[in-house]
Ligand binder design. Sequence first.
Ligand SMILES: NC(=O)c1ccc[n+]([C@@H]2O[C@H](COP(=O)([O-])OP(=O)(O)OC[C@H]3O[C@@H](n4cnc5c(N)ncnc54)[C@H](O)[C@@H]3O)[C@@H](O)[C@H]2O)c1
Length: 331
Amino acid sequence: MRWLITGGCGFIGTSLIAALEAEGNHAIRVIDNLTVGSAAALAGVGSVHRLDAATLRPLGRGGNAGVELVVGDILDAGLLIRAAAGADVLVHLAASTGVQQSLDDPMSDCRANVEGTLNALLAARTARVERFVFASSGAPLGAADPPIHERLAARPMSPYGASKLAGEGYCSAFAHGFGLATVALRFSNVYGPRSSHKGSVVAKFVRRALAAEPLELFGDGGQTRDFIYIDDLVRAIRLAATVPGIAGELFQIATSRETSVGELADTLVPILRDAGVTNVAVRHAPPLAGEMRRNFADTTKARDRLGWSAEVGLAEGLRRTVRWYLDRPAG
Ligand SMILES: NC(=O)c1ccc[n+]([C@@H]2O[C@H](COP(=O)([O-])OP(=O)(O)OC[C@H]3O[C@@H](n4cnc5c(N)ncnc54)[C@H](O)[C@@H]3O)[C@@H](O)[C@H]2O)c1
């Protein structure tokens, strides 16, 4: 298959590309503005051919010919249209990903996540792709009582949640209005290898432990999240790109397990110790204002319609993550 992956130099993008490269027989093109991800991160999962944005040709059936990288912005609608030509699947990952960032600058968040997603959908429609997969999040649901699921009314509590909700709305509109086979996936808290630049709690904990700094629990550490290992998430994206009969649908992609941040630390510390990272301290810090107390998702719909459920347990996922952080080249 021929894939265009926006934001393909980031955490989830490079992990998806590593899985596709391992399968073989895919032609892969990435468009990324390199504000967060890097060409070096992409090169870590396959050979990279940087394309000149001015002379783009339609994506051909390559098959192990390496990953094509177009350095450019999803706000450049014309470039996205040219980059998508020839693609069978468009996976739209590029986004402004921070909740705090969206509170600081709602307009930039809106441009990247609403206008950028609309540009990606227009490019997908022009290219007549067979499937458009959109990376959404639990944020559109705000502080809904868990387990969260697809039938709950959305009530975002941040501009990031609002912009992801708008993206879901446009996916639905393009499915019904233009017959474009869109699928929106609401990822829970993703962790795993290739996440070293992320601000999520697992990435922060591992980074701090390796820097001999204490892990910080805000308040009593009893706030809960649904931590999903990257390989499970990539498998969900892979299925969303191909499973028939799901055009226009929305899925929660999570483990359905509620884990407190305190439990996360309790699971992680012995794993770090077994890997040779000893004397990891845990310290309590004042509660964060406005932090959500509980969050996890019901993934029944993904199981029934996508044939997907998470398989990697937290301890195993953390072991693999710690191993990656320890083995990765310095720098
Ligand atoms: N990681 C998670 O836990 C999580 C949870 C829910 C949803 N998501 C969503 O999944 C997607 C991927 O997340 P990630 O964790 O890989 O993030 P990431 O920041 O690692 O990757 C995003 C990539 O997009 C690129 N990018 C950003 N703005 C761009 C623009 N305007 N034009 C072109 N490229 C741009 C960045 O350079 C980066 O390489 C995002 O849409 C994010 O909102 C992630």
